[in-house]
Design a protein around this ligand. Structure first.
Ligand code: HEC
Ligand code: HEC
Length: 394
C-alpha cells in the first residue's frame, strides 16, 4: 500500500494550498464565524484514491469483470431462480433498493414498488465504493480484509459474495437445504454452455467452483466506484467545487464531532458503535447487532441515492437522522431504542449539539459527498435466459 501513502502525501500538499485559499476567501464573509476553520483536515477526512485497490490473489481482467457482472444480474444463483444480487443492489436505486428492509425470495418489483412477505433482517448497503471498505487515512488498508455488512461479519468482497446465496430470506428460500446449496448452484452453472466457456476463459480451468463465482462477482463490484464528488474535487484542489454552505458544513461536521466516527476517505472508521437506533417494528424480534446494539459506522458517500438510512432503514431522510442525533445530545430518550438506556450510547454520539443552521450546513456537506457518475449499465440478457435482475419487473 505504498502507492496509497504516496498518493495521500501528494494530496496533502495540494490540500494545504487549497486550505490557504479557503481561509482567505472566508475571511470577509463572516458566515462561518461560529466554527474555526479546521487545521490538518486531511488527517481527519480525505478524498478517495483515483484508482481501485485490488487484492493480489484476485487480479482484475476484463473477462472476469464481465463474468462477475453476468452472475450479479442472473437469478440463477437463487433457490427459486427469482432473485439476483441486482434485485436489492440496483443501479437505479444507487445499487441499494430504496427499502427500509430488503425483500428477497418470492418478491416482485423493484425498489419502493417491490412487494413480498419475506423480509431481510436489515437495510441493504450500497455496492458503490465497497471496493474501498476499510480504507483509512493511514496505509493499513488491504482489500483482502475489507469489512463487510452492518456488523463487519465478512472480511472482503470475495468472502461476502457467497453469503446472500445461503440466506433463506435473501436468495435461498426454502426449496434447497443450506448444506447442498452450493453444489446445486454449481450443477446449474455447469448446465449452461455460456457459463462453462466463460469460467474456462477467465480461470483457465474447466471446473466451476464457488470460489471462482465469488472472485468474479467481487471483481465486478470493484468497478462500481464513485470517487469524484464535489468534496473529492475540492479537497484535491478545486476550491470552487463546493459552495460556502458546504464548506461551512464540512467544518461543522468536524467541529461538532461527526468525524470522530465518520472519518477517512469513506467517512467511516469501519468500527462498531452503539448509537441507539430504535428497532424496526416490522421485524419479529429486536436486532442487537454484535452485542449492545452496536453497528458499523456507515460510509456517508452517495447518501442522496440510498435512503432510507440506518441498519434497519428507520430514518427516512437526512433531516430525520440529524434530529435523532440532536435528541440524543439533549438526552431525549423518546427516539432511542427501548432496550438500552441513554448511558449505553457511545459518548461520542451524545455530544453532537447543533442548531438548525448547522444542521442545514451539515446536510449540504453530506450532499457534496455524492457522485452520480458510476457505472449504471444493465446487461441486455444473462446466460441462464432468466429475467435480468430477477423478478423486478412489475
Ligand atoms: C434480498 C436482498 C439482497 C440480495 C438479493 C443481495 N443483497 Fe447484498 N445486502 C443486502 C442486505 C440487507 C445487506 C446488509 C446485511 C447485513 O448487514 O446484515 C447487504 C449487504 C451487502 C454487502 C455489504 C456492503 C458493505 O458496505 O458492507 C455487499 C458487498 C453485498 N450485499 C453484495 C451482494 C451480492 C454480491 C449479492 C449477490 C450474490 C447480494 N448482495 C445479494 C440485501 C441483499
Ligand atoms: C459514535 C460514532 C458516531 C458519531 C459521532 C456519529 N455517527 Fe453517524 N453513525 C454511526 C453509526 C454506528 C451509524 C449506524 C447506526 C445504525 O445503523 O444503527 C451511523 C449512521 C449515520 C447515518 C446513516 C447513514 C446510512 O447509510 O444509513 C448518517 C447520515 C450519519 N450517521 C451522519 C452523522 C452525522 C452528520 C454525525 C454528526 C452530527 C454523526 N453521524 C455522528 C456512528 C456515529
Amino acid at each position: 500500500m505504498k502507492d496509497l501513502r504516496n498518493y495521500i502525501s501528494i494530496k496533502r500538499i495540494t490540500l494545504f494550498s487549497a486550505l490557504i485559499v479557503v481561509l482567505f476567501i472566508s475571511e470577509g464573509c463572516g458566515e462561518s464565524e461560529v466554527f474555526n476553520e479546521v487545521e490538518n483536515i486531511q488527517d481527519i477526512i480525505a478524498p478517495l484514491p483515483e484508482y481501485t485497490p485490488v487484492p493480489e490473489n484476485n487480479p482484475q481482467t476484463a473477462e472476469k469483470i464481465n463474468l462477475g457482472k453476468q452472475l450479479f444480474w442472473d437469478p440463477i444463483l437463487s433457490g427459486n431462480k427469482d432473485v439476483a444480487c441486482a434485485t436489492c443492489h440496483h443501479p437505479e436505486k444507487g445499487y441499494a433498493d430504496a427499502l427500509d428492509l430488503s425483500i428477497g425470495v418470492n418478491g416482485i418489483g423493484l425498489g419502493e414498488q417491490r412487494r413480498g412477505i419475506v423480509l431481510a433482517k436489515r437495510n441493504a448497503n450500497t455496492i458503490i465504493n465497497t471496493a474501498y471498505n476499510g480504507i483509512k487515512n493511514d496505509d493499513s488498508y488491504t482489500p483482502q480484509s475489507a469489512p463487510m455488512f452492518w456488523d463487519n461479519r465478512a472480511m472482503s468482497l470475495e468472502e461476502q459474495a457467497l453469503l446472500p446465496l445461503l440466506s433463506k430470506e435473501e436468495m435461498r428460500g426454502t426449496a434447497i437445504p443450506e448444506n447442498i446449496l452450493y453444489d446445486s448452484i454449481i450443477n446449474r452453472l455447469n448446465q449452461i454452455e455460456e457459463y462453462k466457456l466463460a469460467f474456462k476463459n477467465v480461470f483457465g480451468e474447466e471446473s466451476i467452483s464457488m470460489e471462482k463465482v465469488a472472485q468474479a462477482i467481487a471483481s465486478f463490484e470493484r468497478t462500481i466506484i464513485a470517487n469524484n464528488s464535489p468534496f473529492d474535487r475540492y479537497i484535491r484542489g478545486d476550491v470552487n467545487a463546493m459552495n460556502q454552505q458546504q464548506i461551512n458544513g464540512m467544518n461543522a461536521f468536524i467541529n461538532v464531532g461527526c468525524a470522530e466516527c465518520h472519518s477517512g476517505p469513506m467517512f467511516s472508521d469501519f468500527e462498531l458503535h452503539t448509537i441507539g437506533v430504535p428497532d424496526n417494528p416490522k421485524l419479529p424480534s429486536t436486532d442487537s447487532g454484535v452485542n449492545t446494539y452496536t453497528f458499523r459506522t456507515p460510509s456517508l458517500r452517495n447518501l442522496p441515492l440510498t435512503a432510507p438510512y440506518m441498519h434497519n432503514g428507520m430514518h427516512a431522510s437526512l433531516q430525520e437522522v440529524m434530529n435523532f442525533y440532536e435528541d440524543v445530545a439533549e438526552g431525549d430518550t423518546d427516539d432511542i431504542n427501548v432496550h438500552i438506556s441513554i448511558n449505553d450510547i457511545d459518548p461520542l454520539a451524545r455530544q453532537l449539539e447543533m442548531d438548525n443552521d448547522v444542521i442545514d450546513e451539515i446536510i449540504a456537506f453530506i450532499e457534496a459527498l455524492d457522485d452520480n457518475n458510476f457505472d449504471k449499465s444493465i446487461p441486455a440478457s444473462v446466460p441462464s435466459g432468466l429475467p435480468v435482475g430477477g423478478n423486478i419487473h412489475n
